[in-house]
Design a protein around this ligand. Structure first.
Ligand SMILES: Nc1nc2c(ncn2[C@@H]2O[C@H](COP(=O)(O)OP(=O)(O)OP(=O)(O)O)[C@@H](O)[C@H]2O)c(=O)[nH]1
Ligand SMILES: [Mg+2]
Length: 501
């Protein structure tokens, strides 16, 4: 028996496909139409399959990088550095939306200063340190924020504090400043609402404001436009115009800008006031790094045509809620690689949202702020921040889902550590195990590094390498160099593991 060939007349398929002998012209046209449609569908399927193959191929060159670490460790700031390096235009596009955050940072800082001063009756009494009050303000922004409520609800209380010390000129000056600054301070909750989109998250310590991924796009719609109809005559006006929009300005944000300009002298006076300086020296008033940064630059920030600089954006503070994905196309040694950067919220209440991202992560940068040896968690004021970082790092190193992930450790905020040590802060006062070691920068960073290395060693069944870097992620030049190194080493590790699959 002959086996049927493709051309064989006996081939049942060919036979079935053959047009009937009695086919009319009209039937022939319909048949050809059907055949053309079938061909189109078949080609479409082929094309879909080809695209899917392409997508899968691309997927294989996608690198997933998680930024992990406690709140305020610097993850989002590091993400901004990636953005500056690989998508610089996007920073320009969202530049104006950072104005709202920076205004919020300034208003919150002023509120925090005034509240803390009020807790001390607006005076520094060198001879009479009240241990109860010291306890109240030294350890807790949370405590400070609860007394903030009293100020808001009862503004008159501030002047009564001053009248209780009628001979104290400083207290009267501060009471007057509090009264004059109150319209600005009262904008705090509206700014918070604008940024969080009205969502409040419990357990955010000092009343922190969380933003979800994509908040820039939402706030930028409200933040642009003020000078739209004016001819640009300064570089900042030009910068505003470069972000074109037909959307109207946000009257609330413009009101804050107007108040800041009107109150600039008062803010200067408060920031330079002797009582404030004394409170800082005596560590009764603890200011966050971004508070100091923006209060030092208040003349610039308070000007009506203020446009945040890149340095301002790197110093701005807004808490991340959940997990924000950022995608960058990076060419490494001539190969196009898509990087997915996951910037997570680091507060304890946010950490549960990290786990779904562990499954297919290629690499982790764990960010630990080494300057935080004298600081405690917002969420739990009994836990020292370095302790929390070490505990969290232990969990990451020992997590079974992450056991083959490339691991990088950033010992961050080294600039702030240096300045704290220069001011004479003693590590052993907060970390007793530091003992009698020398309190200089090199000894301190190596001491902290050794602790992280020990955690890694004890949780390292797979003998994976830990890459450590001392960083200050607000320093663009240094950070971008480190990002380049990290990128290459992650990619090398990625290629090796891909080759094993
Ligand atoms: N001086 C200095 N400031 C830093 C450094 N790293 C971060 N900061 C500042 O610290 C603040 C907190 O940084 P973020 O990047 O928002 O912290 P985060 O880890 O994203 O915090 P969450 O989103 O709450 O988890 C910001 O105001 C940053 O500008 C640093 O190395 N040096
Ligand atoms: Mg963040």
């Amino acid at each position: 028996m002959r086996s049927p060939s493709l051309y064989s007349q006996d081939d049942p398929i060919t036979a079935a496909m053959k047009p009937p002998v009695s086919e009319t012209e009209a039937e022939r046209v319909i048949r050809l139409e059907h055949e053309a449609e079938a061909k189109r569908i078949s080609e479409q399927i082929d094309e879909d399959l080809r695209e899917e193959r392409e997508r899968n191929k691309k997927k294989r060159t996608d690198v997933k990088l998680l930024l992990l670490g406690q709140a305020e460790s610097g993850k989002s700031t590091l993400q901004k550095q990636f953005q500056l390096m690989y998508k610089p235009n996007s920073i320009d596009q969202e530049r104006l939306s950072w104005r709202t955050v920076i205004y919020f940072n300034v208003v919150r800082s002023i509120k925090h200063i005034l509240t803390t001063l009020e807790a001390w009756d607006d005076v520094v009494d060198d001879g009479d340190d009240n241990p109860a009050l010291e306890e109240l303000t030294s350890n807790g922004h949370a405590i400070a924020s609860s007394s903030m409520m009293d100020v808001d609800a009862n503004g008159a209380q501030s002047s009564s504090n001053a009248s209780a010390n009628p001979n104290n000129a400083g207290a009267i000056q501060i009471a007057n400043l509090r009264r004059r600054l109150s319209p600005l301070v009262e904008m705090d909750s509206q700014l918070a609402d604008r940024l969080s989109g009205g969502i409040s998250v419990s357990g955010s310590g000092k009343g922190g404001v969380y933003v979800r991924s994509g908040w820039q796009a939402r706030t930028i719609e409200n933040a642009i436009g003020k000078l739209k109809n004016k001819r640009p005559n300064t570089s900042s006006e030009k910068a505003r115009e470069s972000v074109s929009s037909e959307l109207p300005p946000d009257p609330m944000v413009e009101e804050v800008a107007r108040l800041l300009e009107a109150k600039e002298d008062d803010i200067h006076e408060l920031w330079g006031h002797l009582t404030v300086k004394h409170m800082i020296t005596k560590r009764r008033l603890k200011l966050d790094e971004w508070s100091e940064f923006f209060l030092k630059h208040i003349s610039r920030v308070a000007s009506t045509d203020y446009v945040p600089t890149t340095d301002d954006i790197l110093h701005a503070r807004i808490q991340t809620m959940g997990v924000a994905e950022h995608i960058f196309d990076v060419t490494i040694h001539g190969k196009a690689v898509t990087w997915h950067l996951y910037d997570v919220g680091g507060a304890r209440g946010q950490r549960h949202s990290w786990v779904p991202y562990f499954d297919d992560a290629n690499a982790i940068i764990f960010v630990a702020p080494v300057s935080a040896f004298d600081q405690y968690l917002e969420e739990d004021p009994r836990t020292n921040r370095i302790d929390d970082s070490l505990q969290l790092f232990t969990q990451i190193c020992s997590n079974a889902l992450l056991k083959s992930v490339h691991l990088v450790l950033f010992l961050n905020k080294t600039d702030l550590l240096r300045s704290k040590l220069d001011k004479g802060l003693k590590v052993r006062k907060y970390i007793t195990s530091f003992g009698e070691r020398s309190n200089d920068y090199e000894t301190v960073v190596q001491y902290f590094r050794a602790h992280f290395l020990q955690v890694h060693r004890r949780n390292n069944e797979n003998r994976r390498v830990l890459y450590t870097h001392f960083t200050s992620v607000v320093d663009t030049k240094a950070t971008q160099r480190i990002i380049g190194n990290v990128r290459d080493s992650i990619f090398r590790g990625y290629l090796q593991s891909a080759a094993l699959v």
